[in-house]
Design a protein around this ligand. Structure first.
Ligand code: ZN
Length: 145
């Protein structure tokens, strides 16, 4: 497992948890302006999810690491991202599987899960590295936290 430093998100919650995962997946960007990216190809995505909060659950967890892995890695690993029509839509550029939108979708899925927990942890940041030289950071707007 690669250990790397991620961009820090500033907050004043007591607890901050970070979950790393590697996701092998294929995708293509369904638009003629996407150039080479319009052809199906693969990446090993490096994902880091940051969750924070002031309270823990009855097991002493802010959020279960395994659950985060199941929600994201369990869904996307060894798949063609474009096939997940509940996450992505080849007809709407707001839902193409670009790195930016992969990061936003991961945020949305994780935050939906966290919203159902009684102690209300918050996903503050999703980092998605697509290649050794390219990554995206998604952070919700302050008003959405
Ligand atoms: Zn790509």
């Amino acid at each position: 497992m690669m250990h790397q430093l991620y961009p820090q998100v500033f907050h004043d919650y007591c607890y901050e948890l970070n979950k790393d995962m590697h996701i092998a997946a294929a995708h293509f960007i369904p638009h003629q302006l996407a150039g080479k990216c319009a052809h199906i190809h693969g990446h090993t995505y490096v994902v880091n999810i940051t969750v924070a909060g002031d309270a823990l659950d009855e097991t002493g967890f802010l959020v279960n690491f395994q659950k985060l892995k199941q929600l994201v890695h369990g869904k996307l690993d060894h798949t063609l991202l474009n096939d997940h029509q509940d996450w992505f839509d080849s007809k709407n550029s707001e839902h193409f599987p670009t790195t930016e939108i992969v990061a936003r979708k991961i945020y949305e899925v994780v935050q939906d899960y966290l919203d159902a927990l009684p102690h209300k942890p918050k996903c503050l940041q999703v980092f998605v590295r697509e290649t050794p030289t390219s990554y995206v950071v998604y952070r919700p707007k302050a008003g959405d936290r």
